[in-house]
Design a protein around this ligand. Structure first.
Ligand code: FE
Ligand code: FE
Ligand code: ZN
Length: 277
C-alpha cells in the first residue's frame, strides 16, 4: 500500500490532523512535537488521541512521523543549548509513548565550528542519554543538505553516529530527497547508485521514512530550499522513480513542499497516479 502524506499543523490536535489528512487523500502525516522554534510543549489530550486512533485504524493509516523542533541542536558548542536539546528530546519521547509505535525524526544538528568529529560525539552522547530499552518509538536521523556546519550530510557521518549508539535497534534513518540532492547525491541520474551506497554504509534495513521534496537548487548546492513536486531540480521523472523503487516503495513518504492543504491534495493525487500498483 502507498503510504503518502504531508506535514500538517498540530493546532487542531491528532483527530484534526487525521481529518485533514483524509481530506487531502493522505494516509499518514508528519507533525511538529511542539512549536518548531522550541519552547514548551502542550500536554497531549488522551481523548483526542483515542478518537484519532479509531479514525487511523478505520482508514488504514501508516506510521506517523513526529518532527523535533528545528532549534534542537544536540551538538551545539553552547552547553545550555545542548541541555535544552536533551530535555526537549527526552520530553518529546516521553509524550510519544502516548502514541506508541510511531517515528520521531530529528536533525543531527550543527557543530558550529567544533568540527564534525566533536559534533558526532555530542550527538551520540545525547542519544545514549535518551534512548531506553522500553521506548516504543523509533528515533530517526534525517540526512541533511550540508548548509553551514550541519552534521549528517553524508551517509558516512550518519553511520558514525549509529556506531556510537548503544541501543541501535531504537534508531533509523529518514532520507530527505531535497537534502540528498543538495548534499550532492545524484537521484536524477543514479538513484540505484545512491541507494547501493546507502546500503553499503548504513544498510537499507535502517531506512524508515522518506521526506519527498523537490529542490530549488542544483545538485551539491548545500542550500536546503524545498520546491513543489516536479517544479525543481529533481523533476517529476526522478521523483516517480523514487516512489516506485523496490527499496523505497513500502516506506511512508511525507511531503514538506511549500503548499497549503489544496496544494498538498494536488501533489498527493498526482503521486498516487504515478505509483505503480
Ligand atoms: Fe527536517
Ligand atoms: Fe526534511
Ligand atoms: Zn529541509
Amino acid at each position: 500500500m502507498f503510504n503518502i502524506g504531508c506535514h500538517l499543523s498540530t493546532a487542531k490536535g491528532f483527530l484534526g490532523m487525521g481529518r485533514d489528512a483524509l481530506s487531502i487523500g493522505a494516509n499518514t502525516f508528519q507533525f511538529f512535537t511542539r512549536n518548531p522554534r522550541g519552547g514548551k510543549a502542550k500536554d497531549l489530550d488522551p481523548a483526542d488521541i483515542d478518537a484519532f486512533l479509531v479514525l487511523a485504524d478505520e482508514h488504514g493509516f501508516g506510521k506517523l512521523l513526529a518532527h523535533a523542533p528545528y532549534t534542537l541542536n544536540p551538538c551545539s558548542a553552547d552547553a545550555q543549548t545542548r541541555g535544552f536539546a536533551l530535555e526537549m528530546m527526552r520530553d518529546d519521547l516521553a509524550r510519544m509513548e502516548q502514541v506508541p509505535g510511531n517515528l520521531y525524526n530529528f536533525h543531527p544538528g550543527s557543530h558550529v565550528g567544533q568540527g564534525e568529529e566533536a559534533g558526532i560525539a555530542l550527538i551520540v552522547a545525547q542519544l545514549n542519554e535518551v534512548l531506553t530499552p522500553a521506548l516504543r518509538t523509533t528515533v530517526l536521523l534525517e540526512t541533511m543538505a550540508g548548509k553551514g556546519s550541519e552534521v549528517g550530510r553524508t551517509f558516512e557521518e550518519i553511520r558514525r553516529i549509529f556506531d556510537g549508539v548503544a541501543l541501535q535497534e531504537k534508531m533509523g534513518v529518514c532520507l530527505d530527497t531535497c537534502h540528498l540532492n543538495d548534499a550532492g547525491y545524484d537521484l536524477v541520474n543514479d538513484l540505484d547508485g545512491v541507494l547501493e551506497h546507502f546500503d553499503r554504509v548504513i544498510g537499507l534495513d535502517r531506512l524508515r521514512a522518506i521526506h519527498l521534496n523537490d529542490s530549488m537548487n542544483p545538485l551539491g548546492s548545500r542550500k536546503d530550499r524545498h520546491e513543489r513536486i516536479g517544479h525543481g531540480h529533481l523533476g517529476l521523472e526522478a521523483i516517480t522513480r523514487v516512489i516506485n523503487h523496490p527499496a523505497l516503495r513500502h516506506l511512508p513518504f511525507l511531503l514538506e513542499t511549500p503548499n497549503e492543504l489544496p496544494g498538498f491534495a494536488e501533489e498527493i493525487a498526482l503521486l498516487r497516479g504515478l505509483y505503480r500498483a
